[in-house]
Design a protein around this ligand. Sequence first.
Ligand code: RTP
Ligand code: MG
Length: 140
Amino acid sequence: MATERTFSIIKPDATRRNLTGKINAVFEANGLAIVAQKRIQMTRAQAEEFYGVHRARPFFNDLVGFMISGPVVVQVLEGENAVAKNRELMGATNPANAAEGTIRKLFAESIEANSVHGSDSAENAAIEIAYFFAGSEIVG
Ligand code: RTP
Ligand code: MG
C-alpha cells in the first residue's frame, strides 16, 4: 500500500473544547503525519461549497451554520492507506454508532457536532486538499 494523503477538519465543537491536541495525538499515534495544518474561520460561502454534495439534504442549513459557528482546523494527513485509516480512526458519523476508541466515540457531541471530517475517497481528498491549501503549504 502506497503512502497517501487525506483531508481532515477538526470541527467547531472540538476547537471550542480545546480538543485539537488530543485529536492530533490520535492521528500521530496511528501512523498519520500532519503535513499541513491551519486554524481558520470558514465563511458561509466556503462551507456551502465544501458541503455542496449535501445541498438537498434536510440537514444542510444546520450543518453549514454549525461549521461556521467557530474556528476549524483544516489539515492534510499523510500515511499508509490514509483515507481509509482516517475514516477508521474517526468512527461512524453518529457517535451513538461509533466503535469504542474512535475519535467520534471519544469526543463527538451529536450526529452533527461530531468533531471531525475526513475525506471519503482519494479522489475527494485531492479536491478537498486543493480547496484549502496551496502546494507550498504542504510539507511532507
Ligand atoms: P464528514 O463528511 O464530516 O467526514 O462526515 P461523514 O462522511 O461521516 O458524514 P456525511 O454523511 O458526509 O455528512 C456530513 C456531515 O453532516 C452532518 N450530518 N448531520 N443531522 C443529521 O442527520 C446529519 N447527518 C450528517 C455531520 O456533521 C456529518 O459529519
Ligand atoms: Mg462525508
